[in-house]
Design a protein. Structure first.
Length: 180
């Protein structure tokens, strides 16, 4: 195939990761949890709809399924260690907020908390979980969006390449477009 060589199918996710690593917070009764997630994508603009994969092996899966709401918190590289730590730790027997010294902040439309240390937070409601059993896929509608007051136009968000490799946004370029 010329300049190409075969690439393992189990590694394809490393080529097409869709966006920044996020911290998903969920809440059910008195329990609050944080889950690190990188498998998500925008589905629609208005209202904003996000599709995401939450493994049924994650503690957050059942909380999200039962509560039908969450917050997608967008961290920056400033808390990269905490982001990875949350992804490598189960919330079954551990309060990740306390363990990783993250600050829960009350949301306005959902019971799941915002994370104060994050750059932006999206309060979401599950609008479709019909593919959750088969594919672990949830569709979320963003009901309220928050962004830090500091003027950081292009924050250093984390982008996952798998196996402990991350990329931070680099050079920003602008190319003329008719998109508004």
């Amino acid at each position: 195939m010329g300049n190409f060589k075969p690439y393992p199918l189990k590694e394809v996710y490393r080529l097409i990761e869709p966006g920044p690593v996020v911290l998903v917070t969920t809440a059910l009764k008195d329990e609050k949890n944080i889950m690190t997630m990188s498998w998500h994508t925008m589905i629609d603009f208005e209202p904003p709809i996000i599709a995401c994969v939450v493994s049924n092996r994650n503690h957050s899966f059942n909380i999200l399924r039962k509560s039908k709401e969450c917050v997608i918190n967008i961290p920056t590289s400033k808390i990269a260690q905490e982001v990875v730590g949350c992804g490598n730790t189960s919330g079954t027997n551990k309060n990740k907020f306390e363990y990783f010294h993250l600050t829960p902040t009350a949301a306005s439309t959902v019971k799941a908390p915002l994370i104060k240390e994050c750059y932006a937070c999206l309060e979401c409601k599950v609008i479709d979980s019909s593919l959750a059993t088969k594919y672990n896929l949830f569709f979320l509608e963003v009901k309220k969006a928050w962004i830090r007051k500091e003027k950081t136009k292009y924050p250093a968000t984390l982008h996952h390449f798998g196996r402990g490799h991350f990329m931070l946004p680099g050079k920003i370029i602008k190319i003329a477009s008719r998109m508004k």
